[in-house]
Design a protein around this ligand. Structure first.
Ligand code: UD1
Length: 337
């Protein structure tokens, strides 16, 4: 099978390209390098030893996107990662998020229609659940989103659902919990632009000396140690779930045109537990302080993963220790470049 990956040089996209190629799929990728670099393509090839057809295409450019898809013969399915994901930036610049995340998805669906491609895996987020009672399953209500970023994920799911009911399109929407870690080769990983807003890159950058100190955003939450609880999932486990989703579509295992799955470990860890585990696996004492809460953070969220286990036949394999040791190895590798 031939799979198109949008956002193929991004953090989750690049790991998914690797897993697809290693599982024997032919892969075509596109990206606009807005938050990634062409070097990622060389590094993917170093890992898999396989060629990748690549196009520098911006999904906001409907004409370019449509011609790219039409020019690639025989694409069976698309995995759609291309999007912006910084919550704070989406509050400051909502139009950028609606244009790229929502407008780009609509463009992609038009382009897929023109090229006769009828299967898509969408990159969604646990942010759609807001403040829910964990473990959260897929039937949980979607409250009003607490950021334009979160809203774009909810809107895209609705766009995909409506379109799947009006066409032959089959959709799998994957709701990621907190993706962390890097490929074991340390050739690909997360490359945050500027100051990272996510916990794990901030931890590794502090440990290596790029940042002076990590601030823990609040220790007065109603959790055992007072800090927020999240479900941290290794990016390689996450990438493998996309291969499972493609197989699910190919084997027509779905019962409806739009299916949704949580992708998490099912375990919650507090911010202090993550810090402690990082210190253990790296041997580095982390410089951190307790600061005020960050606006918009939910108290605790972790996934119920039964649906993905039962229907996709997928579950995570890697521990929090492996998540943090691979993130640390990656930070050290990019430091020496
Ligand atoms: C965030 C977004 C989420 C989005 C995801 C994408 C918010 C509220 N949520 O998830 O919608 O899908 O990123 O990557 O922004 N923390 C610190 N100090 C730091 C950084 C983080 O204590 O310097 C804490 C946070 O308060 C939180 C935990 O670490 O409790 C995880 O934070 P983060 O990595 O930003 O992920 P989320 O907030 O869960």
């Amino acid at each position: 099978m031939k799979i198109l990956v949008t956002g193929g040089t991004g953090y989750i996209g690049s790991h998914t390209v690797v897993e697809l190629q290693q599982a024997g799929y032919e892969v075509v990728a596109l990206d606009n390098f807005d938050n990634s670099s062409p070097e990622v393509l060389d590094n993917i090839k170093k890992i898999t030893g396989k060629d990748l057809v690549f196009g520098k295409v911006d999904i906001r450019d409907k004409t370019a996107l449509t011609s790219f898809l039409k020019a690639q013969q025989g694409i069976d399915a698309v995995i759609h990662f291309a999007a912006n994901k910084a919550v704070g930036e989406s509050v400051a610049n909502p139009l950028k998020y609606y244009e790229n995340n929502v407008g780009g998805t609509v463009n992609l669906l038009y382009a897929m229609e023109a090229a006769g491609i009828q299967q898509i895996v969408f990159s969604s987020s646990c942010t759609v659940y807001g403040e829910a009672n964990p473990p959260v399953d897929e039937s949980a209500e979607m409250p009003v989103a607490n950021s334009p970023y979160g809203n774009t994920k909810q809107i895209c799911e609705e766009v995909l659902k409506d379109y799947s009911q009006a066409s032959e399109m089959k959709v799998v929407s994957l709701r990621y919990f907190n993706p962390v870690g890097a490929h074991e080769s340390a050739l690909i990983g997360e490359l945050p632009l500027g100051v990272p807003s996510n916990l794990v890159p901030f931890i590794t950058q502090t440990a290596i000396g790029k940042r002076e100190m990590l601030t823990v955003f609040g220790n007065d939450y109603p959790t055992p140690d007072g800090t927020n609880i999240r479900d941290y999932i290794h990016v390689v486990d996450l990438a493998k779930a996309h291969v499972a989703a493609i197989e699910y579509l190919a084997k027509k295992k779905y019962t409806a045109p739009f299916s949704v799955f949580n992708l998490g470990t099912g375990n919650g860890n507090s911010v202090l537990e993550v810090i402690e585990t990082f210190e253990k696996v790296s041997g580095v004492k982390l410089n951190y302080r307790i600061g005020p809460r960050r606006a918009g953070d939910v108290v605790q969220v972790y996934a119920s993963c039964d649906k993905a286990a039962n229907e996709l036949g997928w579950r995570t394999e890697k521990s929090l220790e492996e998540c943090l040791s691979s993130a640390w190895k990656w930070e050290q590798a990019i430091q020496t470049k």
